[in-house]
Ligand binder design. Structure first.
Ligand code: UN1
Length: 511
C-alpha cells in the first residue's frame, strides 16, 4: 500500500458501508478495485448485505429527525468544513481518482476542486432557501411558499466522476436538511470510502448524527431494483446510462417517488464558417479526448460548415497525431489521455468503430487499441475521428469512449436540426463570431439541450449553473442555479388574520 492510500485510510480490505464517520462490519462478498492503469489490485472492499442496508435506512431515518431541525445556515457550516477537509486532501484524493478511475491527475484534481466548489456554493445557498410571498385576493390574508426537507435521498453515481457528482447531490441535500444514502459505482468504491474517511473528523467534531451521510457498496443483485422500489427513499438521484435511468425511473415512477435523472449525452459542437478555428480546435480536442471520452458531456459529434470541413478535418487529425504519444499512465505529468476504465469499455469502443464503418462511416484517424509496454492491461486506445452522417445508428448512440464523428452542414438551420436530431439532449455548443448565428443557436428554435454554449466546449461545466439535459438525458438538474429546490418539498401557506371567513374566488357559502 503506497503512502497516499495509507494517508487516505485505505487498507487492503475495507468495509463497504458507512453511516458518516462510522464504518459497518460488512459481511458480503468482496469487490476488488483494480486500477485501469495497469490492472493491478489497489484494495478490496467487503460489500454490504441487505441487512446492512436495512440498518443504514433505519439509521438515516433517525438521523433525519435530528438533522432537519438544525437551522440550515448551521448545516451550511458543516458543509463549509467538509469543503475545507477536501481542500486539505485535494492532492491525495485527486491521486486516488486518477488511480482508480484512470483520468489524468490534472483532471483528478479538477474533480476534487469541483466538489470543493459545490461545498462553497452550498454554504451560501444555506442562507438562501427562499420561497416567494404572494398577495392574497382576500383581505388580511398572507400567502407565501416555503421549502422543507424531503427525507432520505438515494444517490447512485457513475465511475467517471466518483467524487464530484456525489458532492453535487449530497451537499445540496445536506443544506436542505435531508440525509443521503450513496451507492457509488462498484468500479470506484475506494473513492467513496476515501471521501468518507476525509469527512469523518468534521462530522464527529460537529456532532453530526450518524446516518446523515451514508455510503453503501453493494452489488446490484443485492441493492438495485429494491433500492428504487423502496418507499422510504423519497428522492433518487441517478447518474448513469439512459438504460439504467429508464429502468430506475420506471420503478420509482410506479410508486410516485421523485427522481433526478442525469443520463447519457450525445454532445455536438457546431463549427461555423465564422469560427475562430484555433480556439475551436483547442476546445474540441479537450472535449473529445479528455477523460478518454468518458464524460457524459464529452464531445461526440462535430457539425462542421462545408466550407471549413476539410480544414477542420486536417487540423483535427494532425492534433490527434500530435497527442498520440501523450496517451499512457494518467499519473505521469505529460500524459493527456489515460486508459479506458475497463476491458468492456475497450470492447464497446472497438465495436462502435467496426459498426459505424459498416454503416458508411470513414475512419480518418485512430480507432485501435494500443499494445506494448507503455500500455499494460489493454485498456488504452487511440482516440478516433470518423467521418459520418448523423442518422447512422452508431452516431445516434452514446459510446462512452473517445470517438468523434464529423458531419457536414450548409445552413445554420440544418446545423441546429442535426444537433437536435439525436435521442439525447445534454450539452451542445457553437463556435462562431457571428452574433446572429450564436443567438439563433441559443434561441427557442436553437439547441434543445440542457446546456448550450457559445465559443466554449461541451464538457467542463462550472458548478454554478444547473447541470443536466432533456429527452433521453432524463430532464433532471443538479449542481448550481436553483437545482437545490429538487431536494426540498414546497409548501404553500395561507394565513387568515381577518377574524372572518372568506372563501377564495368570491364564493358565498352561508348557512
Ligand atoms: C459527468 O460526466 O457525469 O461538465 C459530469 C463536466 C463536468 C461534470 C461531468 N463538470 O464535464
Amino acid at each position: 500500500m503506497n503512502s497516499e492510500l495509507k494517508d487516505l485510510g485505505i487498507e487492503s480490505i475495507n468495509p463497504g458501508a458507512s453511516t458518516g464517520s462510522e464504518f459497518l462490519g460488512t459481511k458480503g462478498d468482496e469487490t476488488a478495485s483494480y486500477s485501469p492503469i495497469d490492472g493491478s489490485l489497489i484494495a478490496k472492499v467487503t460489500n454490504a448485505t441487505l441487512d446492512d442496508y436495512e440498518y443504514i435506512v433505519a439509521k438515516a431515518g433517525e438521523a433525519y429527525k435530528k438533522w432537519r431541525i438544525i437551522p440550515a445556515p448551521k448545516r451550511g457550516l458543516v458543509v463549509h468544513q467538509i469543503g475545507e477537509a477536501l481542500r486539505a486532501n485535494k492532492e491525495k484524493l485527486g491521486y486516488l481518482v486518477s488511480l482508480e478511475m484512470g483520468k489524468i491527475y490534472e483532471e483528478g484534481l479538477g474533480e476534487v476542486q469541483e466538489m470543493i466548489d459545490i461545498c462553497e456554493f452550498a454554504v451560501g445557498q444555506s442562507r438562501l432557501l427562499n420561497g416567494a410571498t404572494m398577495h392574497s385576493e382576500r383581505p388580511f390574508h398572507r400567502m407565501y411558499d416555503q421549502y422543507h426537507p424531503i427525507g432520505i435521498v438515494g444517490i447512485i453515481t457513475s465511475f467517471n466522476f466518483p467524487v464530484a457528482v456525489w458532492g453535487w447531490n449530497a451537499m445540496l441535500a445536506a443544506i436542505a436538511g435531508d440525509v443521503v444514502i450513496w451507492k457509488p459505482s462498484s468500479k470506484t468504491p475506494l473513492c467513496a470510502l476515501a471521501v468518507h474517511k476525509i469527512i469523518a473528523e468534521t462530522l464527529r467534531a460537529n456532532n453530526v448524527p450518524e446516518g446523515v451521510f451514508n455510503m453503501i457498496v453493494a452489488k446490484s443483485s443485492v441493492l438495485g431494483d429494491n433500492f428504487a422500489a423502496d418507499k422510504r427513499i423519497t428522492l433518487l438521484s441517478v447518474t448513469g446510462s439512459t438504460a439504467v435511468g429508464r429502468r430506475v425511473a420506471t420503478i420509482v415512477g410506479k410508486r410516485l417517488g421523485k427522481t433526478i435523472l442525469e443520463l447519457g449525452g450525445n454532445n455536438a459542437v457546431v463549427i461555423s464558417k465564422h469560427a475562430d478555428l484555433d480556439m475551436t480546435l483547442q476546445s474540441v480536442v479537450f472535449g473529445a479526448v479528455g477523460t478518454c471520452g468518458q464524460r457524459c458531456t464529452s464531445t461526440r459529434r462535430l457539425i462542421i460548415h462545408e466550407s471549413v470541413y476539410e480544414t477542420v478535418k486536417e487540423r483535427l487529425v494532425s492534433a490527434y497525431k500530435s497527442i498520440s504519444d501523450r496517451i499512457g499512465d494518467p499519473l505521469e505529468k505529460d500524459t493527456l489521455v489515460g486508459p479506458l476504465v475497463d476491458g468492456t469499455a475497450v470492447k464497446n469502443f472497438l465495436h462502435a468503430i467496426t459498426e459505424v464503418q459498416k454503416q458508411g462511416g470513414k475512419l480518418a484517424f485512430g480507432g485501435t487499441s494500443l499494445k506494448g509496454d507503455k500500455y499494460p492491461n489493454g485498456n488504452y486506445v487511440l482516440p478516433a475521428v470518423v467521418e459520418a452522417e448523423n442518422h447512422y445508428e452508431m452516431v445516434q448512440e452514446e459510446t462512452f469512449a473517445p470517438i468523434v464523428y464529423l458531419i457536414k452542414y450548409k445552413t445554420i438551420e440544418e446545423a441546429i436540426a442535426l444537433n437536435n436530431n439525436v435521442p439525447q439532449g445534454l450539452s451542445s455548443c457553437i463556435f462562431t463570431e457571428n452574433l446572429v448565428e450564436a443567438e439563433t443557436f441559443l434561441s427557442e428554435t436553437g439547441s434543445d439541450c440542457g446546456i448550450a454554449n457559445v465559443n466554449l466546449g461541451t464538457s467542463g461545466a462550472e458548478i454554478g449553473g444547473a447541470f443536466g439535459g432533456e429527452k433521453d438525458t432524463g430532464g433532471g438538474r443538479e449542481s448550481g442555479s436553483d437545482a437545490w429546490k429538487a431536494y426540498m418539498r414546497r409548501q404553500t401557506n395561507t394565513i387568515n388574520f381577518s377574524g372572518q371567513t372568506a372563501l377564495a374566488q368570491g364564493i358565498t357559502f352561508d348557512f
